[in-house]
Design a protein around this ligand. Structure first.
Ligand code: IPM
Ligand code: MG
Length: 370
C-alpha cells in the first residue's frame, strides 16, 4: 500500500477557518473513498499565529511545512492586526512560507464554470469557455528586493524605498514552468512586463525570448506590456492562454483575471518549488481571495476556491489528475444544480451557506463515485 500523503492545513484568519473546514470534509472523502490516503495536521498562520504563538509563522510550523507533501492555506490578515509593525503583520507569515519553501511558480487559473457565465460583469460571449492560466513569479521582484524601508530625511520628511530586482536564473526558472504548461495546453504563451520603463522588464523580455528560442521553439511566444495586458484582459480575455509575469504584476493581473469569472470566491492557486532529485517538490495551495473580514464568522463565504485549490494539490503534488477532475466535476455539478453562496448568488438559484456548499460538494462526489 502506498504511504499516506502528509498534508499541513493552515486555516489562518477571517473566513480561512470556515472555508478550510469544508476542505477538510473533501479531504476526508478522498481519504475514505479513493486509493490515496492523507495524514492531516493543522497549524497556525497569520493573525491566528500571532495570537496563539506570538509571530505570524512559528519556526515549528515553518519546519512542518517544509516536511509536508503539500500545505493547504486559508487566508492571512485582518483589521485586528493592521496596526502592527510591518515585520509582524499576518501577511509576513504567508510571505515567509513562500520564500523559505522557495515557491517561485504561482499558478493562478481563471476558468469560467458554464453555470456561472452570467456572474461576470462582462458579457457572456466574452467569458463563456474562458480558461486562462496566470503563472506569477512569487519569490522575487519588489516583494523581496533590497534595499527596502522607510527612512527619515534631514528636513523632517520621509522616504519610502522598495527595489524591483530580477536575475536571469529567477526569470528563466519561472518562464520554464510557463513554457512547459503552455506546451500541455494550447501552445501559446504571453510574457508580460514593463520593458518600456523598467530595466527588470527589459531583462525579463530578453531572457524569456532567449529561453523560448533555445528550448521551446514550438511554443508561440508573445510579449505584452503589463498595462496593456490589464486592458486586454477586460477587452478580450479569450485571446490569452498562459500568461507569465513577475510578482507584483502577477498579483494585480490575477485579481483582475479572477474577477472576470464573476467571483474571487471561485479561484484557486498553486505555489510550487523546483522538483528535487526524487521528483518531490514543495507546494502550497491557497485560494486567491483574502480573509474577507466583512463576512467572517457568518457561514457565508464561498469554499469553492479552497476546494479547487485542493484539486490542484491532487493534480500537481500527487499526480492524481483523475481525482482532481472529480473535484472539478463535483463543483460544476453543484453549480449546475443551482447551489450558490452569497458572492455568486443569482435570481432563481438556491442561496446556501459555507457549510451547505460543503455538504453539496460531498454529495456530488458521492454521486460521481457511485
Ligand atoms: C495574494 C495576496 C498576497 C500577495 C498578500 C496577502 C500578501 O494578495 O496572494 O495575491 O500580495 O501576494
Ligand atoms: Mg493578491
Amino acid at each position: 500500500m502506498a504511504s499516506n500523503k502528509k498534508l499541513l492545513v493552515l486555516p489562518g484568519d477571517g473566513i480561512g477557518p470556515e472555508v478550510m473546514g469544508q476542505v477538510r470534509r473533501v479531504v476526508d472523502w478522498f481519504d475514505k473513498r479513493r486509493a490515496v490516503g492523507f495524514d492531516v495536521a493543522e497549524g497556525f498562520v497569520g493573525g491566528a499565529a500571532i495570537d496563539a504563538e506570538g509571530a505570524p509563522l512559528s519556526d515549528e510550523t515553518m519546519a512542518e511545512a517544509m516536511a509536508s507533501d503539500a500545505v493547504l492555506l486559508g487566508a492571512a490578515g485582518g483589521p485586528k492586526w493592521d496596526n502592527l509593525p510591518f515585520e509582524q503583520k499576518p501577511e509576513r507569515g504567508l510571505l515567509r512560507l513562500r520564500k523559505e519553501m522557495d515557491l517561485f511558480a504561482n499558478l493562478r487559473p481563471a476558468i469560467c464554470f458554464e453555470p456561472l457565465v452570467d456572474a461576470s460583469s462582462l458579457k457572456p460571449e466574452f467569458i463563456s469557455g474562458l480558461d486562462i492560466l496566470i503563472v506569477r513569479e512569487l519569490t522575487g521582484g519588489v516583494y523581496f528586493g533590497e534595499p527596502r524601508g522607510i527612512e527619515d530625511l534631514p528636513d523632517g520628511s520621509r522616504r519610502g524605498v522598495n527595489t524591483q530586482v530580477y536575475t536571469t536564473a529567477e526569470i528563466q526558472r519561472v518562464a520554464r514552468v510557463a513554457f512547459e504548461l503552455a506546451g500541455k495546453r494550447s501552445g501559446r504563451l504571453c510574457s508580460t512586463e514593463k520593458a518600456n520603463v523598467m530595466e527588470t522588464g527589459v531583462l525579463w523580455r530578453q531572457e524569456v525570448q532567449k529561453l523560448g528560442d533555445a528550448e521551446y521553439p514550438d511554443i508561440e511566444l508573445t510579449h505584452m506590456y503589463a498595462d496593456n495586458c490589464a486592458m486586454q484582459l477586460v477587452r478580450n480575455p479569450k485571446q490569452f492562454d498562459v500568461i507569465v509575469t513577475d510578482n507584483l504584476f502577477g498579483d494585480m493581473l490575477s485579481d483582475e483575471a479572477a474577477m472576470l469569472t464573476g467571483s474571487l470566491g471561485m479561484l484557486p492557486s498553486a505555489s510550487l518549488g523546483a522538483p528535487d532529485v526524487t521528483g518531490r517538490r514543495m507546494a502550497l495551495y491557497e485560494p486567491v481571495h483574502g480573509s474577507a473580514p466583512d463576512i467572517t464568522g457568518q457561514d457565508k463565504a464561498n469554499p469553492i476556491a479552497s476546494v479547487l485549490s485542493f484539486a490542484m494539490a491532487l493534480r500537481y503534488s500527487f499526480d492524481l489528475g483523475d481525482d482532481a477532475d472529480l473535484v472539478e466535476q463535483a463543483v460544476n455539478n453543484v453549480l449546475a444544480d443551482g447551489f450558490r453562496t452569497a458572492d455568486i448568488m443569482q435570481p432563481g438559484m438556491k442561496a446556501v451557506s459555507t457549510t451547505d456548499m460543503g455538504t453539496a460538494l460531498v454529495a456530488a462526489l458521492d454521486a460521481l463515485a457511485a
